[in-house]
Write a protein that binds this ligand. Structure first.
Ligand code: GTP
Ligand code: MG
Length: 135
């Protein structure tokens, strides 16, 4: 079995979608191992999003992630890294498939593609690194 980091980003928490997102994770059969509400400081976010430093959306992304609390979840299951990204849908909420979290609930505010509700680690290496940052 493996573990992944899921974040319900500030837009998801503010819109009251944490429960709906947790329900999908549980319905899929994944296990919630740990969960916490975090108000991340800039340093934590710079670590988390290090790969995006210098990209045009980097600063707005950090600002957005500091706009309110995030729910961090340690989730376990067979192939959960790939499986949660499948539940989440593609990055852009407009084109994310219906039935996915981003496809069903995500909102496109023009350039702010980052309001896509959730984060999920994209590899074993990032999962280990990111779980250390948030837990
Ligand atoms: P995460 O699960 O959050 O990592 O999403 P992802 O893996 O689908 O996307 P990626 O790691 O490439 O980007 C991380 C986050 O940066 C995304 O979830 C978005 O919030 C934001 N982001 C990525 N690409 C863009 C972009 O082109 N424009 C804007 N405004 N935000 C972006
Ligand atoms: Mg990513």
């Amino acid at each position: 079995t493996e573990e992944t980091l899921v974040l319900v980003k500030p837009d998801g928490v503010a819109r009251g979608l944490t429960g709906a997102i947790l329900a999908r994770i549980e319905a899929k059969g994944y296990a919630l191992v740990d969960i916490r509400l975090v108000e991340p400081d800039r340093e934590r976010l710079e670590q988390h999003y290090a790969e995006h430093e210098g990209k045009p959306f980097y600063e707005p992304l950090l600002e957005f992630m500091m706009s309110g609390p995030t729910v961090a979840i340690r989730v376990a299951g067979n192939r959960v890294i790939e499986g949660f990204r499948s539940l989440a849908g593609t990055t852009d909420p407009t084109t994310a498939a219906p039935g996915t979290i981003r496809g069903d609930f995500g909102r496109d505010w023009g350039l702010k593609v980052q309001q896509n509700l959730v984060h999920g680690s994209d590899s074993l290496e990032s999962a280990a690194r990111e779980l250390d940052i948030w837990f």
